[in-house]
Ligand binder design. Structure first.
Ligand SMILES: [Zn+2]
Length: 448
């Protein structure tokens, strides 16, 4: 029996921790550095770009062909794709002549790539971490959020993240970390009951589908939350879902555009255009075919492992000139990142992340999931082996144990290698051919 959740205790402990962390010299130093970067500054942005390209030329083995070249421009560098990051991780790390890496506290971002193999990037707290904090604070200012406050987060998070967390940067907030609402998870239901509607919320953040599920949760229970800002990340938000969120919380949604590889990059202004933060993450909107243009990003604060001309796979309509007052390259629309939920035999909506993580953990290097009927997922792989059979059997028995008979889905092995590509040649990990109803996604059905 788990202990009941004492939200009052949790939130007061987090506030105390927040006060403590904000009083340290380290916090004051980082906050000061953040403030120096807060104004959008295209001249400093150009200097950062020159410096990054010089570091890449001089210290990154992957770019050795450019060594010795004078007056390098961005267009002299090749495009970088996910597969390049995956295949050349070690070669992309910058090293001085004595072998030393860039200074700072290093950390690795890891995502499951579209082929199931992890993609890693190396950055530091002082560079990539700081760029994210600065853009986050620019959004806080744009939305005129209170200097201190509380965030309700329904974003993706690591296992073991505390329910209440003290977040001193970019400005001091207590963050309440909830998973996506899942009526089938007793733990998540208990967390929602103990927190949602129990305290005022200044900001709501999370993935689009989870914020929609939160709005439905609040609507059904007549819970009134009045945040000053709602920041939705990762996926495109359908118009119907957006209306539901904005009406439920009486607050506009601000879309934040980010990639795991380049960090926060752009947000949506009140006229509905996405403004890039060019002085920290330089965008190129490039024609790549008949179907529109593709967003290519260079993370200007990425000296530890330069991410230069990264092909995001996200399509954009053309750049626009927007006179809303926000600086930066603006695009009218971002397309090409669809929600990819799975549909159970019971008609319920399931998040794909548990399954994708289990397949990646089992060592299946190359796969795609295609769904044409509820409850059955075709697992497309290049060829069949004893190992793929064993992995499929194992995951299916875990899925059966987790779901029981009348819920969820099972895998069906399709060793054809016929992967489905988008018109642009991009391979998404999940192809969903069924209509996906709005609603909460069930999560964490497979322990990893
Ligand atoms: Zn604008």
């Amino acid at each position: 029996m788990e202990m009941p959740i004492d939200f009052a205790r949790g939130i007061s402990d987090a506030r105390e921790m927040l006060d403590h962390r904000c009083s340290t010299a380290r916090f004051k130093e980082r906050r000061q550095k953040l403030e120096q970067l807060l104004e959008f500054d295209p001249i400093r942005g150009a200097e950062r770009l020159d410096r990054l390209l010089a570091i890449a030329r001089d210290r990154v083995p992957y770019y050795r062909a450019l060594q010795g070249r004078e007056s390098l421009r961005l267009s002299d560098f090749p495009l970088t794709r996910k597969a390049d990051l995956r295949d050349h991780f070690a070669d992309l790390i910058s090293r001085k002549a004595n072998g030393e890496m860039e200074p700072g506290r290093h950390f690795i971002n890891q995502t499951s790539g579209s082929t199931g193999q992890p993609v890693r990037t190396l950055t530091t707290v002082e560079t990539g971490g700081m760029a994210n904090a600065v853009i986050h604070e620019r959004i806080n200012r744009y939305l005129e959020l209170p200097e201190r406050g509380t965030t309700l987060s329904v974003g993706l998070m690591f296992e073991g993240t505390r329910l209440f967390e003290a977040m001193p940067l970019p400005r001091p907030y207590v963050r309440c970390n909830l998973g996506g609402f899942d009526p089938a998870s007793a733990r998540i239901v208990a967390e929602y009951e103990a927190t949602v509607g129990r305290f005022p919320v200044d900001k709501i953040t999370g993935t689009s589908s989870r914020i929609i599920a939160l709005a439905q949760y609040c609507g059904e229970r007549a819970i009134r939350l009045r945040p000053r800002g709602i920041i939705a990340t990762y996926e495109h938000m359908p118009e119907s879902g957006r209306r539901l969120v904005e009406e439920t919380f009486d607050c506009p949604v601000t879309m934040l555009y980010m990639t795991s590889e380049t960090g926060y990059s752009a947000w949506e202004c009140r006229r509905g255009n996405m403004h890039f933060q060019d002085d920290l993450v330089m965008p190129e909107v490039m024609p790549t075919g008949a179907e529109g243009k593709e967003v290519v990003l260079t993370a200007l604060l990425s000296p530890a492992m330069p991410v230069i001309r990264y092909v995001t796979g996200d399509m954009a309509a053309d750049t626009v000139s927007c006179d809303c007052g926000l600086p930066g390259t603006a695009i009218s629309r971002l397309t090409g990142r669809a929600r990819t939920s799975l549909i159970g035999v019971d008609g319920a909506v399931y998040s794909p992340y548990s399954l994708l993580a289990a397949l990646a953990a089992a060592g299946i290097p190359d796969f795609q999931i295609i769904q044409d009927e509820p409850g059955i997922l075709d697992l497309v792989i290049p060829f069949r082996s004893d190992e793929t059979d064993a992995v499929t059997r194992d995951i299916n028995s875990r899925l059966s144990a987790s779901f029981g008979r009348r819920q969820g889905f099972l895998l069906r092995l399709r060793p054809s290698g016929h992967f489905v590509l988008t018109a642009m040649g991009k391979r998404n990990p999940v192809i969903q051919r069924l209509p996906v109803p709005l609603g909460p996604e069930r999560t964490r059905y497979l322990a990893s």
